[in-house]
Design a protein around this ligand. Structure first.
Ligand SMILES: C[C@](O)(CO)[C@H](O)COP(=O)(O)OP(=O)(O)OC[C@H]1O[C@@H](n2ccc(N)nc2=O)[C@H](O)[C@@H]1O
Ligand SMILES: Nc1ncnc2c1ncn2[C@@H]1O[C@H](COP(=O)(O)OP(=O)(O)OP(=O)(O)O)[C@@H](O)[C@H]1O
Length: 311
């Protein structure tokens, strides 16, 4: 006699953080967003999202950042679950548990990652027949960074960042991230960028050939010289400690440094794993950041780890 196949009671998804290898910010558009040309790079600093059938809708956040993440309807993971339920016409509450390692308001797209993981986990739990493009559309509505977190790897982002095209890269890059407990609001950083450039004629942004060549060749030195972020002056203007953190990493042997997205996380590119671990020790000893972590990229986008079928 064959055992009955039960639908899964819960699904676990893993989602990466991101750093922008290049972030060119164009003029503010009529809808308030800025035209972007960016190269996203997923790194293996991850959150885990568990979505389980429940009596009521709810969110629990685990880990050191728990106190700084809302657990009501404004949580991006909850908004993602509601979006899948509406699209697939499902009326079945879920409880979402976010085991959080990606810093909050750190410029590494932590909330966006949780949204991407939840889209995938709910899609799997409810066995909807939503297409990949349905999920990508829902992702773009939740936030500009969310579609990339579904894709992962390394990808060019255009539009307001929501249009994503994967790029081929070779090898693995080693990063050290200097985390700061005080976050920066993404909207504030874009507004500060506008203020600092008020007298400039800002061109429509385009990707650079040098970065694409570096990625195709897996050339870490070339990548080091191609890193750039138009939001860096704005993030450093809002948090005056960032320049000191960046300088410390370069003194301790980082090949290059950049503010991650809208900051305040500072990313350092290291030659290899050993150099990254040395840099971590030196930065920790300097006390220039609240925490220092090593991560590798490119990493996989949101993916399902397993179904929980036990009742
Ligand atoms: C800084 C980056 O992380 C770089 O990848 C993203 O551009 C931010 O993406 P995100 O956090 O998903 O941002 P959203 O939730 O879409 O927008 C938050 C706020 O950031 C500003 N914003 C965002 C994206 C964009 N292309 N232009 C903007 O001006 C807007 O003020 C917006 O209200
Ligand atoms: N699941 C979530 N995780 C983290 N923050 C969330 C979440 N849901 C809602 N938020 C809210 O969103 C704000 C921004 O959080 P997030 O960690 O996504 O910023 P970020 O990493 O700087 O984003 P980005 O890099 O995409 O600009 C937080 O301050 C928090 O109030």
């Amino acid at each position: 006699m064959s055992a009955a196949i039960l639908p899964p009671r819960g699904v676990v998804a893993r989602v990466p953080a991101k750093v922008n290898l290049e972030l060119r910010v164009g003029p503010r558009r009529a809808d308030g967003f800025h035209a972007l040309s960016t190269v996203y790079h997923a790194v293996d600093l991850t959150d885990e999202i568990t979505v389980e059938s429940a009596e009521e809708w709810g969110v629990t956040v685990l880990g050191p950042y728990a106190g700084r993440v809302p657990t009501d309807e404004s949580n991006l993971a909850m908004r993602a679950a509601r979006a899948v339920a509406a699209l697939a016409d499902v009326d079945e509450p879920v409880h979402i548990t976010i085991d959080k390692s990606i810093p909050v308001a750190g410029g590494m797209a932590g909330g966006s990652a949780d949204a991407a993981g939840t889209l995938l986990a709910c899609d799997s739990l409810w066995q909807t027949d939503l297409s990949r493009s349905d999920l990508e559309e829902a992702a773009a509505e939740l936030g500009s960074d969310v579609p990339f977190l579904l894709t992962g790897g390394t990808a060019i982002g255009s539009g307001r960042g929501e249009q994503v095209v994967p790029v081929l890269t070779q090898g693995t890059f080693h990063w050290v991230f200097a985390l700061h407990h005080s976050g920066l609001s993404t909207a504030d950083v874009y507004a500060e960028c506008d203020r600092l450039r008020a007298d400039e004629d800002v061109p429509v942004p385009e990707p650079s050939g040098e970065l694409m060549t570096a990625l195709r060749a897996g050339d870490v030195d070339q990548l080091a010289s191609a890193l750039m972020n138009d939001l860096e002056p704005a993030a450093c203007s809002l948090d005056s400690t960032l320049r000191k953190t960046m300088a410390a990493g370069l003194t301790h042997g980082a090949l290059a440094t950049t503010v991650s997205g809208s900051g305040p996380t500072v990313a350092f590119l290291a030659r290899d794993k050993a150099a990254a671990l040395d840099l971590m020790v030196s930065l920790s000893a300097d006390g220039v950041a609240d925490d220092v972590v090593h991560a590798r990229g490119p990493a996989a986008g949101a993916h399902i780890l397993n179904d929980i079928t036990v009742r």
